[in-house]
Design a protein around this ligand. Structure first.
Ligand SMILES: Nc1ncnc2c1ncn2[C@@H]1O[C@H](COP(=O)(O)OP(=O)(O)OP(=O)(O)O)[C@@H](O)[C@H]1O
Length: 273
């Protein structure tokens, strides 16, 4: 399927975008789900001051695909990603990684799952300033007490153009290089799923394209699953699928997204609000 939502055939035709809620958006994916939210609900506060960040979300993230999550500010994107990645807990409902319901895990099991199966890339890089690039990249593997796969380390760092930067500390690297170090750190342990929260948010367009190409390659060549939150239609156009949130609900999705379709969908959602 190309260039249109599975359920909103009008998406993508010029001037004909209908900003209606797509009731099937977030429906079960065709292939195996690497992660899924089942009736996931997250609220903050109580009584009159309750804020609903996620409103009973059901969504699947297909294995070996690149999914982008978009939506207006405050629509629940980061909350969804953080609940899916075990970095935050939902008020009710379940977040699954593969067949594992995260709400059933004890702290130690959650730590092991995050370490063994998930990779993270954040907007703010989150590198340790006193360590070199190489040390930052291998830190999670070192902490886990595991041996770094040296061939894979060399492959990843060379693909990321970091070979001659490995002895530098973060302060001696550009923003784009620091984000590539953060990507290498997420890739080097070969996680099943890489979650990125605005992974290109602090980068110029060249560095953004590099990082997005790396994530695309992780899916196309290395059979990994990538899920990112982004505000940037260009970044989202690297994905196989974009899901759109509004007010804590999945309201639309586009498969094989093109930039214009993404922009039209975003405008539609903002107009409805
Ligand atoms: N710790 C918190 N306490 C209270 N409300 C919160 C908290 N964290 C998030 N929220 C609220 O939950 C809602 C969803 O927030 P979230 O950060 O998931 O949105 P977002 O779509 O990622 O926004 P942005 O694009 O601005 O980063 C917002 O209304 C936000 O104000």
């Amino acid at each position: 399927m190309s260039n249109q939502s599975a359920n909103t055939p009008e998406t993508g035709s010029e001037n004909s975008f209908t900003p209606a809620t797509d009731i099937n958006a977030g429906r079960p994916v065709a292939g195996e789900a690497a992660a899924r939210a089942v009736n996931l609900h997250k609220s903050y506060g109580q009584g009159d001051t309750t804020v609903t960040a996620l409103d009973h979300v059901n969504v699947e993230f297909e294995a070996r695909k690149f999914t982008a999550i978009m939506g207006p500010s405050g629509s629940g994107k980061s909350t969804l990603m953080h609940c899916m990645a075990g970095l935050d807990t939902a008020t009710s409902g379940s977040a699954f990684i593969g067949d594992t319901d995260l709400s059933t895990l004890r702290d130690k099991e959650m730590t092991a799952l995050r370490r063994d199966r998930l990779g993270f890339i954040f907007q703010s890089f989150n590198l340790v300033p006193t360590l070199t690039a190489a040390e930052n990249i291998t830190l999670p593997t070192d902490i886990a007490g595991r041996k770094v796969d040296q061939n894979w380390f060399e492959e990843v760092t060379s693909r990321l153009g970091l070979t001659d930067r490995l002895k530098h500390r973060p302060a001696e690297l550009s923003g784009g290089q620091q984000q590539r170090v953060a990507c290498a750190r997420a890739l080097v342990s070969r996680p099943d799923i890489i979650f990125g929260d605005e992974p290109t948010g602090n980068l110029d367009s060249n560095s953004s394209a590099e990082v997005l190409n790396i994530l695309r390659t992780a899916v196309d060549k290395d059979d990994q699953t990538v899920v990112i939150v982004t505000h940037d239609a260009r970044a989202a156009s690297y994905a196989d699928r974009v899901i759109f949130l509004a007010d804590g609900r999945v309201v639309n999705e586009i498969l094989d997204p093109k930039i214009d379709d993404i922009l039209a969908a975003m405008t539609g959602i903002e107009d409805v609000k």
